[in-house]
Ligand binder design. Sequence first.
Ligand SMILES: CSC[C@H]1O[C@@H](n2cnc3c(O)ncnc32)[C@H](O)[C@@H]1O
Ligand SMILES: [Zn+2]
Length: 438
Amino acid sequence: MTSADLLINARWILPVTEGFPVLENHSLAIREGQIVAILPTADAGAIDAKETLDLENQLLMPGLINTHGHAAMSLFRGMADDQPLHIWLNDHIWPAEGRWVNEEFVADGIQLAMAEMLRSGTTCFSDMYFFPETAAEQIRKVGMRAQLSFPIFDFPCAWGSGPEDYFQKGLALRDSYKHNELIQIAFGPHAPYTVSDEPLSKVAMLAAELDANIQIHLNETEQEIQDSLAQHQLSPVQRLEKLGVLGPRTQCVHVANLNDDDIALLAQYNCHAVHCPESNLKLASGFSPVEKMRRAGINVALGTDGAASNNDLDLFGELRSAALLGKAVAKDAAAVPDYYAIEMATINGARALGIDHLTGSLEIGKQADLIALDMSALEQQPLYSPVSQLVYTNMASRVRHSWVRGKALLKDGQLTTLDINEVIKRAQYWQSNISNAQ
Ligand SMILES: CSC[C@H]1O[C@@H](n2cnc3c(O)ncnc32)[C@H](O)[C@@H]1O
Ligand SMILES: [Zn+2]
């Protein structure tokens, strides 16, 4: 008999494994944070569980992975809408960050973001923002899984004085989290247009030496490519190749303007792409060729980007946008099919972060990062295909439970490690400070 801490009996289990099966009336057993069994509920008598949870009309699947964002920017949600990227960044966001971002802002902002993500099915996220030490501390308290890419760019900011300082602080953070099983620290060179050759080469060298991930905004706009050709006589992708930045640990965010040569280079170096469809649409940045990248064998994951350019952190909404936009861009209704949209938001995110041996699918031996969704609401009827409903109907509000490594962080719709009223109070405190200063 297999012993377990928790046995979950579900109407459906979507493991997101080879062949994309949908298991009906199955159970999943968890022991010490790991999945130890997945079997028909009719056979679950073989499990000696301390606790059993019956999820009659619910579907169990891997927790979603938001592979790119700037969590604390949630406090800037709705502050600068309807602008193109360069105006949004230069005239609104960077001045606001210069004025407001400090440790307290990051702590309150990331709590707001984590509450929103957990309530909408995300259990793991990648973050690139100032004061990553503060972010890490908050993530540790809440219990989510995360990659923190510490920022690197040429100019000073509230967090540090320039590249040398960012490397020193980021590497110290990496050192202090090297034994943490849920949080990994990566390099976060902001973008080719904000980081010069020397620090980019240093990122490449250190990442190879430490076997660390790199996350970078890349080919977000056509202007970025034209500027790079004028300044370096190389496209941003060619320049990153020259500097040694491309490789299997490199996560290329946006790639919203990508020609066939760029796609071939990213594929050749086994880079990962992180598609952020809603941010790209809102900032009118471009249209990522997701289906072409997929066919070229590039692993494509999914991100929301920050809530200041989205304006939410709902990854179910994002995967729906990715499926719809992917068809329009490829001019092919069969492009980015429903199961692939779910893979982008789960196992592909885990691959991009280099943690697919731990999470991203429900398999025996993997950690129990999972979510349960209520499929009984009017908006999901009639239910011919659970996968279709997950992708093409509004699912974020149906998330009932979220677990990370077997620990319930959302239980029957209630956050267990965050005080939602306090989170809202702090967001309103920042809103009144920021509004009163304008
Ligand atoms: C160095 S910390 C992250 C930095 O990136 C800014 N940012 C947020 N969204 C985007 C985007 O879509 N493209 C480029 N830069 C972005 C954020 O405001 C921080 O300054
Ligand atoms: Zn971003």
